[in-house]
Ligand binder design. Structure first.
Ligand SMILES: [Zn+2]
Length: 407
C-alpha cells in the first residue's frame, strides 16, 4: 500500500466508524457513524431487490449440524470451516446434539421453499436474506473488516424453472453492473467452472456451465476464466473490481445450482400437474457488508460520497453571537433528513474547519453575522472549494439531489 494512504482499520478508528477488539477476533464492533454507512447500504440493497421482485426472509443463525450434512457442506465446504457446538438441553441430557452457526444461508433457504407445496405460478421465487454468517478463520488470518469470522451477506436464492435461467441470471448481472458503476469501480467478470471437489453428476455440470456461457455470450460479456474455481454445487460468474489502490477484489457472485434442489428434493407442480425440479440460483451483490465497507473505506480514504457520509454537513458559527441561528439551521436540516451537525465549541473558525476536514465531512456551512442577517449559509466542500452563499431551501435541494443520485 502507498505510504500516504491509510488502511481501513486506521480510518475506522480516526473517523469512529468501527474497530475490532481482542474479545471478539474477526467480528467488528460498529460505532454509531459506521452504522450509518451500514444502514445506508442495507437500505440501498433492499430498494434494489424489492424493485427487482425479491421478497425478504430471515432464517436462524444456529441450526442443527445435520442440515449441513444433508446439503453436502459438511464434507465439501468442510466442517472445520464452520463453528460447531455440541449442546445438551441440561446436565441430565444424555443425547447432546451438534449445532452449527450457519456459514451460509442456502440450506435454510430450501427449508423456506419447502414450507409448503409450490406451483409453477410462483416461479421465479426470489428469496432475499441479509443473513449474519460465521466462518472459521484462523486468528492469525483475520484482518479488520477484510477478513472476518462474522459477516453479514446481502444474499438471495432464486428458485426458477430451467427456461427462466437466462432472464434471471441476466437481470442479476445487470444489477451488479448498475451497482458497481455507481461507485466508480472498474469491474470485470470471471467465469468459474467445476472444481475437483464437487457434488452432482457431470451431466448437471455440463448443463449448468452451458447455461451460464450462453448468458455471457448473449449479453456480450467477456468473462475471464477461473477454471475449477466454481462452488461445489455449481458454476459461477464473479464480478471483480479494482479499488483506488489498484487491488483486485472478488465481490458479487451469481451461482447456478442443480445439486441442492436434488439433495433437498425440491419440487413444484407444473402446468400438467406433474412434479418438476426447480433450479436454484445463489447471488450476492456486494458479498459481505463488512468487507465491502472495508474496501470502500480504503477506496475513498474515508471521504465517502454524500449519501454514505455519517455527517453530511457541519455548521460552523464564527462567533458565539450566531450560535443560536446556527443551531436553528441545524434543526431545520435534521428535520429534512439531512445528517447535519453544528460545532458550537469556543474555537477559532480555522480550528473548526480543520477538524471538520479531518473528519471528511463533505459540506461545511460557515455562518457569521452577515449570513445571519441575510439568512444564508456560506458553503464550502471538504476539498476546500468555496461554493458561495446559499439560502436554506436551495442548499437542501442541492444536497437532496446529490444524496438521491448516490453518486
Ligand atoms: Zn447460497
Amino acid at each position: 500500500m502507498d505510504k500516504k494512504l491509510k488502511d481501513h482499520k486506521q480510518i475506522g478508528q480516526e473517523l469512529e466508524l468501527f474497530f475490532t477488539h481482542d474479545y471478539a477476533p474477526g467480528a467488528p464492533f460498529w460505532l454509531p457513524k459506521g452504522m450509518v454507512i451500514f444502514k445506508e447500504l442495507e437500505r440501498y440493497i433492499r430498494e434494489l431487490t424489492e424493485k427487482a421482485g425479491y421478497v425478504e426472509t430471515s432464517t436462524p443463525i444456529m441450526v442443527k449440524s445435520k442440515l449441513f450434512k444433508e446439503s453436502g457442506h459438511w464434507v465439501k465446504f468442510g466442517e472445520h470451516n464452520m463453528y460447531n457446538l455440541t449442546l445438551a438441553d441440561d446436565e441430565n441430557d444424555q443425547h447432546p446434539e451438534s449445532y452449527t452457526l450457519k456459514p451460509m444461508n442456502c440450506p435454510e433457504s430450501t427449508i423456506l421453499y419447502r414450507f409448503r407445496p409450490r406451483t409453477y405460478k410462483e416461479l421465479p421465487l426470489r428469496l432475499a436474506e441479509l443473513g449474519r454468517l460465521h466462518r472459521r478463520e484462523k486468528s492469525g488470518e483475520v484482518n479488520g473488516l477484510l477478513r472476518v469470522r462474522q459477516l453479514t451477506m446481502d444474499d438471495a436464492h432464486l428458485y426458477v424453472r430451467e427456461n427462466q435461467i437466462f432472464d434471471e441470471v441476466s437481470a442479476i448481472l445487470d444489477m451488479m453492473i448498475a451497482f458497481y458503476k455507481n461507485f466508480g469501480f472498474e469491474y470485470e467478470f470471471r467465469f468459474a467452472t467445476r472444481p475437483d471437489q464437487r457434488a452432482g453428476t457431470d451431466k448437471m455440470w455440463d448443463k449448468a456451465e452451458k447455461d451460464m456461457e450462453d448468458v455471457l455470450k448473449k449479453k456480450g460479456i467477456k468473462a475471464g476464466d477461473k477454471k475449477g474455481d466454481g462452488a461445489f454445487y455449481g458454476p459461477k460468474i464473479d464480478l471483480h473490481i479494482k479499488d483506488a489502490l489498484d487491488r483486485e477484489w472478488q465481490l458479487a457472485t451469481v451461482q447456478l445450482d442443480f445439486h441442492m434442489p436434488e439433495a433437498f428434493d425440491l419440487k413444484y407442480v407444473n402446468e400438467k400437474g406433474k412434479f418438476e425440479r426447480p433450479v436454484m440460483i445463489h447471488r450476492a451483490i456486494f458479498g459481505s457488508f463488512e468487507r465491502f465497507i472495508g474496501i470502500l473505506t480504503e477506496h475513498f480514504q474515508g471521504a465517502f460520497p454524500l449519501w454514505l457520509s455519517p455527517i453530511q454537513i457541519i455548521l460552523l458559527p464564527i462567533t458565539e453571537t450566531v450560535n443560536s441561528y446556527a443551531e436553528k439551521l441545524n434543526q431545520d436540516l435534521l428535520e429534512l433528513n439531512i445528517r447535519s451537525e453544528v460545532d458550537i465549541r469556543n474555537e477559532k473558525l480555522g480550528a473548526k474547519i480543520r477538524d471538520a476536514t479531518l473528519q471528511k465531512v463533505p459540506y461545511l456551512g460557515i455562518i457569521g453575522e452577515r449570513e445571519m442577517e441575510d439568512e444564508s449559509i456560506s458553503v464550502r466542500f471538504r476539498s476546500g472549494k468555496d461554493l458561495g452563499k446559499f439560502k436554506l431551501p436551495d442548499l437542501t435541494k442541492k444536497l437532496r439531489q446529490e444524496i438521491d443520485k448516490k453518486a
